[in-house]
Design a protein around this ligand. Structure first.
Ligand SMILES: [Zn+2]
Length: 484
């Protein structure tokens, strides 16, 4: 990621390799003074949007360390692994499928260890570091184990996904929310995966943030949604597994009738697409849903479409989220291992609710939005959506004299009660505009000589570079209007 954007992100305090002072650790990143508010605002935008989809959707929070039994029930203990090959001479390890893909320019996911060994021998692939011989492929579990306690040690793990927290909290949450379905439990938080050789920058991190919504529902209502009419003629952008050549646009209604995708699933696809296109301003041609084939998806996912955005440094269309119909896999697994039934009594029937999971990688999304917003040219601009830009506006005095600095500070302090406002009085006004363009601030307010005469200021628009004069007293209303 040694491009102009990455340099800007480091220079302006968005993102940096974690513990850079000590050489860093692959797969870990820190968000700086611009990155942290940007990420938080993305999360807040996500919350506002997805929690408003249904009056019975709620946010919870939970522990990052969970006991081994949770992952016995979820299947992570047994199945959450990647194929690894290590050099016999220098012990350098790589993912077998990625190694083959690099050499043979084809995808090799999901083979068994013998098949990997055979391909590596056949194509005489050696250690990338020392040219030594590679050992046999083996499975490497991706969870980070931790030991809890000193005297009596309990095995636990850093959660590899946030989803297990809502699942183990389902029964109590169902009681608390007065036993209604669908019930949505959202969680925004950290997850950890000990990736074997994370070389794709922020795309594959070992510590990352997920924003996930687990929707528990009655499976007999799978082909229905109370708000179906509002999405019926909405056109989804779909790349079917059976035709990977072309993204097609289909109405929800056609996708239901001609392709058998259930209404409850399609409704949420439409809302996810609208989140990207309408709320985040992603261009339609850079967005699509990618259907996973039978080989690609987990056996318990009955329907699985990834959310993909076209981002050059991710190598084109890449996964930033997913919509997973997980059936009763999760609750039944927890019922089996915990020996506590997870059934509900609802609509005169007793059953285990099914789960529809809307899952998003926050870091990938934030990075994708940064890259799509980045414009080089006469001016370098991060044209971020207003809702997620680190600052709403900046305030400058044209010069630090004749009372302009005092007045600018007064304007800054008044607006700061309502908005996120940056203050800058250093360097030429042109340099100050350029700095705000680089961090994506939509509007710059300048107090100048005329302010002192008629109490008006200029507002400059990041995207057009144009300025207009506005009365100081009307600023708050004006900014609110511009940000909308
Ligand atoms: Zn080696």
């Amino acid at each position: 990621m040694e491009n102009g954007l990455w340099q800007l992100l480091v220079r302006r305090g968005f993102l940096v390799q974690s513990s850079e002072l000590y050489g860093g650790l692959a797969g870990f990143y820190d968000y700086g003074v611009m990155g942290a508010p940007l990420k938080r605002r993305f999360e807040d935008t996500w919350r506002r949007y997805f929690l408003s989809l249904n009056r019975n959707f709620h946010e919870i929070d939970g522990a990052i360390v969970q006991p081994e039994d949770v992952f016995r029930a979820s299947g992570h203990l047994e199945h959450f692994d990647d194929p690894i090959v290590a050099c016999i001479k220098c012990e350098h390890a790589e993912r077998a499928d990625h190694l083959l893909q690099e050499h043979l320019k084809e995808k090799f996911e999901g083979l068994n260890e013998k098949e990997y060994d055979a391909l590596i021998t056949k194509h005489k692939i050696k250690c990338a570091r020392c040219d030594g011989t590679l050992g046999h492929a083996s499975k490497q579990n991706l969870m980070f184990p931790v030991t809890v306690g000193v005297q009596s040690k309990t095995r636990a793990f850093l959660r590899p996904e946030t989803a297990q927290v809502p699942y183990v909290n389902f029964a109590r949450s169902f009681e608390v929310t007065r036993k209604q379905l669908p019930l949505g439990l959202a969680l925004v938080g950290r997850a950890f995966r000990n990736e074997i050789s994370p070389r794709q920058g922020v795309y594959r991190m070992r510590e990352f943030t997920q924003a996930e919504l687990q929707i528990f529902f009655d499976p007999s209502a799978l082909d229905a949604h109370e708000d179906w009419d509002s999405v019926k003629i909405y056109r989804l952008r779909l790349l079917f597994a059976k035709d990977r050549k072309k993204t097609v646009e289909l109405t929800c209604s056609d996708a239901n009738q001609k392709h058998g995708i259930p209404k409850f699933y399609l409704y949420h696809m439409a809302r996810v697409q609208q989140f990207y296109l309408d709320v985040l301003g992603v261009a339609p041609e850079r967005f699509r849903f990618y259907e996973l084939s039978d080989e690609e998806r987990a056996f318990y996912n009955k329907f699985h479409w990834d959310v993909e955005i076209d981002v050059a440094s991710f190598g084109g269309f890449a996964e930033v989220g997913g919509i997973h119909y997980r059936t009763d896999h999760d609750l039944s697994g927890h019922a089996r291992v915990s020996k506590k039934p997870q059934e509900v009594f609802y609509n005169e029937r007793r059953f285990t609710p099914h789960v529809l999971e809307l899952s998003f990688g926050v870091d990938r999304n934030v990075y994708a939005l940064l890259e799509l917003s980045y414009k080089e040219g006469e001016r370098t601009v991060l044209a971020l959506p207003h809702t997620i830009a680190p600052y709403d506006a900046a305030v400058f005095p044209l010069v630090n004299k004749e009372g302009m600095d005092t007045e600018a500070l007064r304007v800054h302090n008044a607006l700061s009660k309502k908005f996120r406002i940056f203050y800058d009085d250093g360097g030429s006004i042109g340099r100050r505009y350029a700095r705000q363009d680089e961090i994506g601030t939509p509007f710059c307010i300048t107090v100048d000589g005329q302010t002192m005469k008629d109490r008006t200021v200029t507002i400059r628009n990041r995207d057009t570079g144009k300025q207009e004069r506005v009365s100081v007293d009307a600023l708050e209303i004006k900014i609110r209007e511009l940000l909308d």
